[in-house]
Design a protein around this ligand. Structure first.
Ligand code: HPA
Length: 278
């Protein structure tokens, strides 16, 4: 059940390709790769070079690491991720987080695309996650406790309050209208039905997506600090005027993703600074 992934082999390979270990890893979701262009002194490592990594299967997911600097801070940018809906095991979905931690990364900045459930949210809005609901009905923490992980991670502040505060501060400074809310993770790959969306709203979710939560679970078990952003790409099923398509998700993600990239460009050096304080 827990098909194993060789985290050491992958992290040793990456270490051999990068000069020094960044404190921050940025995980980019569907069509949100705009920030790649902001990195200086960038070195690209395609996922296919990393031992054990499967080839990405989803349009909009590039599948590469870019190591470089944003405003002086060194970052490990993970452009693309592995999803449960692609058929990947929890081990594979969580592998990049375990690899980042093995490299010495101390904080994760995660991004994703989502559908709006809260009626006041619109496509193109940006949201910093305050909490999540895991309705994937799986967890990469099931099974033996991995080295460096805790058996029962506390999830009462899964999304680091200090990093969220920094994000909101940067949003005010840069004139971005950054919302806050709860993300519910579904297995996918089908989008939700309108009845499911009504249920999810009743459960307290503001946006819905198909990623991020497995990574945050492992990050918290490893003691990594997390901040996560959602680009609202559509009204969740039944709440907008038409149906949903991955193409629309990518198109809205690309335009709003540029605003997210602008926010992250200012935020990342502050996150790196905060992480260096411990
Ligand atoms: N549902 C689930 N995942 C998503 C959505 C959605 O409406 N939009 C973008 N990712």
């Amino acid at each position: 059940m827990t098909a194993s992934f060789d985290v050491s082999a992958a992290s040793e390979y990456l270490r051999s390709r990068i000069e020094s270990v960044p404190a921050v890893c940025i995980v980019l979701g569907s069509g949100l790769s705009a920030i790649e262009g902001e990195l200086t002194e960038a070195a690209v490592i395609p996922f296919e070079d990393v031992p054990g990594f499967p080839a990405p299967t989803v349009e909009g997911h590039a599948g590469r690491y870019v190591v470089g600097r944003i405003g002086g801070a060194q970052v490990l940018l993970q452009s693309g991720r592995f999803h449960h809906y692609e058929g990947h095991s929890p081990e594979v979905v969580a592998a990049p987080v375990r690899i980042a931690a093995a490299l010495g990364v101390r904080g994760l900045v995660l991004t994703n695309a989502s559908g709006a459930i809260r009626p006041t949210l619109e496509p193109g809005d940006l949201l910093v996650l305050s909490d999540h609901i895991n309705l994937m009905f799986r967890s990469p923490l099931v099974g033996p406790v991995r080295p460096g992980e805790t058996r029962f991670p506390d999830m009462s502040a899964a999304y680091d309050p200090r990093l969220r505060h920094l994000a909101l501060e940067v949003a005010v400074e840069t004139g971005e209208d950054l919302h806050e809310g709860t993300y519910v993770a579904m297995l996918g790959p089908s989008y939700e039905t309108p009845a499911e969306v009504r249920m999810l709203g009743g459960l307290g979710a503001d946006v819905v997506g198909m990623s991020t939560v497995p990574e945050v679970l492992v990050a918290r078990a490893l003691g990594l600090r997390c901040v996560a952003f959602s680009v609202v790409t559509n009204h969740a099923a039944g709440l907008g005027s038409g149906g949903l398509s991955h193409r629309d998700v990518l198109d809205v993600g690309a335009s709003a993703g540029a605003r997210l990239a602008a926010l992250l460009t200012v935020l990342i050096p502050r996150v790196a600074d905060e992480l260096s304080r411990g």
